[in-house]
Each structure stands twice: as C-alpha cells, then as structure tokens.
Design a protein around this ligand. Structure first.
Ligand code: SF4
Length: 424
C-alpha cells in the first residue's frame, strides 16, 4: 500500500447532516494545513427525486447501510422543488446530479443541497457554468467535475486532441491513448473555467466502463491535478460481474494511494454499492470496520454440517447485532479450521453435526448443529458487551486448538444434507 496522495480538501454537508471531508494533505486557500480524511463511500438513489416519500425512504435506507454521501438526479424542476423537503427529512449530505440544465444546479443550490455534480461539457454556455460556480462559491458548496468517458467521447475536438495528446499517452503504452488524451484535455479546459473564478472546492471524476481506462485515467489525473478524486467504474453492470470490474479498478488505484471517495455502480439494489464499497475499504485497511468481520471456510469433503446456510445466517445476524469490529470465524472442521481462523475473537468449528465454540481461545461450548447459530450469536453479543465495558480487548487472544478436538469422526458429510454445490 502506498500512502494516500495529498490533495486539496473539500467539505460536504453541515452540522445537521454531519460533515464529510474528502481528501486533504495540501493547504487550503488560507494556507492552513489539512489532514487527509478517510476515503468516503457514496451511492445514488435509483428512484425519482420528485417522489419525496420514496426518495427520503431510499436515502435513509442507503445512509443506514453506511453511505457517507448520497446523490440524487435532478433532471426536472419538479426534482429540485422536492429537494428542500428531502433535505428536511434526511441526515446525510446530498449531492444534486445536474446534467444539461444549469438552472437545475442553481435551484438545487437554492434548496440547500450540499454538493453539485456537473459535467461542464454538457452545459455549452460559459456564462451558465460561471453562474453555477458563483452560486456554489457564495454558499461554499463543492462541485464534482465529471469527465466520464460517455459524455466526452463524441465531442467535436476529439480528432484534434487525439493528434495533439494521443501521441504522448501512446508512448506510455496506453491502449486507449486517444481517450486518455481527450479526458485530460477536457479536464484541463474545465478546470481553467473554475480557476478563473477562484473556485477550488472541487472533486474530479473520470469514469469509464473499462477498468483499464479507469486505472490509467485516474493515475494520470492524480499526477496532474491537486484535487481529491471520486473513483468509479461507470455502468459496471449487475453486482455479479460489476463487483469484479469495480474492485479490480478501484482496488488498484487505492493501493497506489489514489482516490479520496468512491462509488461502486451496480445495476442492482444500490444498497450493495454501499456494502461493497465499505468492504473494499475495510479490506484495504482504509476504514475502520463498523461491525463484525466474518471469516468462513469454503468447505471441502471434510464438511459435516450445512455450513453455507450457517454462514449466511451468521452474517445477517451479526450485521444486526454487532457494532464492534470483532473477528468471527465459521469453520467447517477442526482439521484446518484453527489455523485459518487464527486471530478470530469468536469462532465455531463444526464436526459431525455439532459445533465447538471458542471465545478468544477459550472453549465455551460444544453444541448440536441446530444450537450453533443461537449459541454463537449469544457468545458474540456477550463478548461485545465485555469489550464495551472494557473487560476484554479485540484481537487480544488467538484461537489455539490442537486438533483433533473430540466432536465426532471426521470424514465426508456430503450425503447428510441437501447441498447441490460441488455435486456435479
Ligand atoms: S476448515 Fe475444514 S471443512 Fe473447511 S475447507 Fe478447511 S478443511 Fe475443509
């Protein structure tokens, strides 16, 4: 992991919603130093913004799932008219996504929105862009400048830019040299507009549906501009495939210290964008986990309980009940389980239709398969209470078991429950 790249810092939200800082490390306009903020997770509503009740419910649901910032589309006046009431009923910073109508941006600012997302290339009149910048500056509202591939690729100066800058990028072996060239050129052009107005509360995004383009574009932008970067793979598809595409691109950039905020985009329930964005940051150690970390074995021919069902049940219950970042391991047997669960605070090792439960290395129960879930959760909750009372510390003791633990003979248990996976 490379250290986070220092950037300017922007501030989204207020005392009412909570303030989310994005980026940091470089001095602000007054010359005061800033501290890099944790990487934040964003998502967007899928419903109509003008349907206030539905929008509020969706925003609150996404916020509850852990979204730091939620974006809403405001394509029509009725959407910006709904904003005031939405802002009243939510407690998370809201971004208004403006596409072609500068007036929507002005209305959103007037309604009190906390950030604007703008692609200056979609608003042809420079005076209109300036009007948005001035309105945001007056209210100290930051703007995300987006140069997504889809919105710039057909612009009329493409050929010129390809000629001028494509050669520069092709020397670096970029297969999409012309695209990178036009993205950088567009960005420079847009940022000049903001610079001329003395406006620096900016985050930049340069999304593409191609993970390689995303990595190359953000790497180039990070080297050229001092602004925090909003990472994303656009139109990544459903979660099943979009997850891989997004995590490869965003994970690569984050390990290089690039990226101050992110949105994973799925053609699925957007709650998964939040869950997977957070999990990516937890996995990279860029955010402190809120809740339990679940370790589970993939199962093999030694398995003797329905572990897949158990793991899903444990996962759902932990999400509801556990708020401290304890490690919980659900392992299929005592052969490799103990080694693989090393470091877990609470662990269960399954055997012949039974499970042995350990809390920080201490064996606390040997129960039947049906009792495993409630007992494991009870132990997790009891351990959490001890941690919160200061009587135990997370990760203090390791699971230490010398197998085999006498819970029954080991061997294949495939025939003991209706499991289809692996039976082909
Ligand atoms: S913990 Fe046991 S059942 Fe699970 S994968 Fe390892 S050896 Fe197989």
């Amino acid at each position: 992991m490379r250290p986070r790249r220092a950037t300017r810092q922007i501030k989204v939200g207020n005392d009412r919603t909570g303030t989310v800082f994005i980026g940091g490390g470089l001095p602000d306009d007054a010359g005061n130093g800033t501290t890099p903020a944790p990487v934040s997770v964003q998502t967007m509503t899928a419903g109509y913004t003008h349907d206030v009740d539905a929008a509020v419910a969706e925003i609150n649901r996404l916020h509850k799932a852990g979204a730091d910032i939620v974006r809403v589309a405001v394509p029509e006046r009725k959407d910006t008219e709904a904003l005031k009431e939405i802002l009243n009923q939510t407690r998370v910073p809201i971004v208004a996504d403006v596409h072609f109508h500068f007036q929507r941006a002005l209305e959103a600012v007037e309604a009190g929105v906390h950030k604007i997302r703008l692609n200056p290339g979609n608003i042809q009149d420079r005076d209109q862009v300036n009007a948005v910048i001035d309105a945001c500056k007056a209210r100290r509202i930051p703007i995300r400048v987006g140069v997504n591939e889809g919105s710039i690729i057909e612009r009329r100066d493409k050929q010129k830019r390809m000629k001028e800058l494509g050669a520069v990028f092709s020397e670096g072996g970029h297969k999409n040299a012309h695209l990178l060239a036009i993205m950088i050129a567009k960005l420079e052009e847009y940022l000049d507009i903001f610079d001329a107005r003395g406006f620096h509360d900016i985050a930049i995004s340069a999304k593409s549906m191609d993970a390689a383009v995303v990595v190359d574009a953000y790497t180039e932008i990070a080297a050229r501009f001092p602004y925090p970067l909003h990472l994303g793979v656009t139109h990544a598809g459903p979660r099943e495939t979009g997850c891989i595409r997004s995590v490869v691109a965003l994970g690569s950039l984050l390990t290089q210290g690039i990226g101050q905020t992110l949105r994973i985009s799925y053609a699925s329930d957007h709650i998964h964008e939040v869950e997977d964005g957070l999990e990516l940051l937890y996995t990279l150690g860029l955010r402190t986990r809120a809740g339990a970390e679940l370790i589970a074995c993939p199962t093999c021919g030694r398995i003797q309980v329905d572990l897949f069902t158990l793991v899903q049940d444990v996962r759902k219950a932990l999400a509801q009940k556990i708020t401290v970042p304890m490690k919980v391991a659900v392992m299929g047997c005592v052969v490799n389980g103990p080694g693989e669960a090393e470091g877990a605070d609470v662990a269960v090792f399954a055997g012949d239709r039974r499970g042995i439960i350990y809390v920080q290395g201490e064996r606390v129960a040997n129960v039947t398969e049906s009792e495993v879930l409630p007992r494991l959760l009870a132990e997790c909750e009891a351990f959490q209470s001890r941690v919160l009372r200061g009587e135990a510390r997370l990760g203090e003791k390791k699971v230490e078991i010398i197998p085999p633990d006498p819970i029954g003979p080991l061997g294949s248990g495939w025939s003991k429950f209706p499991l289809t996976v692996g039976k082909t």
